[in-house]
Design a protein around this ligand. Structure first.
Ligand code: TIU
Length: 230
């Protein structure tokens, strides 16, 4: 690969040095994507988020073929929930009439305890399982930088640019891009490889990233990105 690549993007072309660029795949966990998982119980549209799985398999396979750095994140908590922010635990508590929030973080669902590390539901879906040479970062928050090893691990590989995918666009994907931008990383989201739980949110979340000459970064499409890496 050449020392710099460029792909059409919004608000303008995204240039990146492939050897200093990582693919960051956010939270493609069973708990967010499958029936009976945390997202489903919270009222998310599974059809919408599942549409991001196939494009992500193509992204992963292209990055693997090119030999580029790949990072995966998983949202979840220690079994005693001691690393779960109290705001996150408190605000999900069910109002009596709110049947959607019938179960909360740490409760037992069909795939084990919800968002608890080591449980089946907490792990990444079969199609996108990390390879042994890829980095997996466990995160207790929405953003992947807060209270995690991600920054150190990116610096250890001299990464400066991030191609970002994953779920959900409005939540952990957007929060992580904002956190990364504040730390000096150049970020580019991949439209087809991210998805949200609410139809209204995805487009707005992506527009907010690239508004005003790239407030938080760039957004590109899958095909041109795969072509430029092939
Ligand atoms: N990964 C991620 O986005 N976690 C969430 O909690 N998403 C919601 O949309 N709630």
């Amino acid at each position: 690969l050449p020392s710099m690549l460029a792909v059409p993007a919004k608000p303008y072309e995204f240039s990146f040095p492939p050897l200093k660029t990582a693919l960051l795949v956010i939270d493609m966990q069973r708990d967010f994507l499958l029936q009976g998982g945390f997202g489903h119980i919270q009222g998310g549209s599974l059809e919408a988020v599942q549409a991001s799985i196939a494009p992500t398999t193509r992204l992963l396979s292209t990055f693997r073929q090119a030999g580029l750095a790949i990072f995966h994140t998983r949202e979840g908590h220690k079994p005693d929930l001691s690393d779960c922010p109290s705001s996150k635990l408190n605000r999900q508590a069910a109002a009596p009439e709110n049947v959607q929030h019938s179960k909360v973080i740490g409760d037992t669902g069909e795939m084990g305890r919800l968002l608890v590390r080591g449980e089946y539901g907490h792990d990444i879906v079969d199609e996108l399982q990390p390879w042994p040479n890829e980095v997996v970062v466990d995160k207790p928050g929405k953003g992947a930088f807060w209270n995690t090893t991600l920054l150190d691990k990116l610096k250890a590989k001299a990464i400066t640019h991030l191609i970002v995918s994953g779920v959900t666009t409005e939540c952990c994907f957007a929060t992580t891009i904002r956190e990364a931008n504040d730390r000096g990383f150049e970020c580019c989201g991949v439209e087809e490889a991210t998805a949200g739980y609410n139809g209204k949110f995805k487009g707005c979340s992506l527009e907010m990233i690239y508004w005003s000459q790239g407030l938080f970064g760039f957004v590109t499409s899958l095909e041109p990105l795969l072509e430029c890496l092939a």
